[in-house]
Design a protein around this ligand. Sequence first.
Ligand code: URA
Length: 209
Amino acid sequence: MSKVTTIDHPLVQHKLSLLRDKDTGCKAFRELVYELAMLMAYEVTRDLELKEIEIETPICKTTVQTLANEKIAVIPILRAGLGMADGIMSLIPNAKVGHIGLYRNPDTLMPTGYYCKLPQDIAERETIIVDPMLATGNSGIEAIHILKENNVGSIRFVSLIAAPEGIAAMQAAHPDVDIYVAHIDEKLNEHGYIVPGLGDAGDRLFGTK
Ligand code: URA
């Protein structure tokens, strides 16, 4: 069974509370999503493997640790995931970015793929999928499926807010993928929105409502 990590750092919880407020405008919302993703990236990457290398300081030769695999890819699920990508990249500036576009049918709540562009060497990369809301889990499940079809072995999934239903669905579909969230909310409503949640993350990020 995959691991679910709730990142309960006080700064993360404070910023998440500001984000949820319906009076938080588009600019502040975008900045908060960036900051939250950056803070979460620190914990999401905590178990990346290290290897020892020899270097020379101005004083002497020494053995130090570096990332065993520096090839990392951040994969935002379009469109709301875009808001988190730069925050993660601020800690991992050499990461490549792959985009997966999934449209959620408002009646069936099932995702339909409309875009997918991944780095050519994606199979060799540690991948971090980002999507602010893990609601039904259907989009995340499909995005992970697409990465697995592309022979990706290492996948982490990061959301700001998750519904228990979405976590259960994702763990059932992909028990090998660890999930990182800032908070697990109460439930989904009949429209597939997370309660209390923060509304439509894409609309609030891009000012489309
Ligand atoms: N997507 C959102 O943007 N918000 C939700 O509450 C659920 C899915």
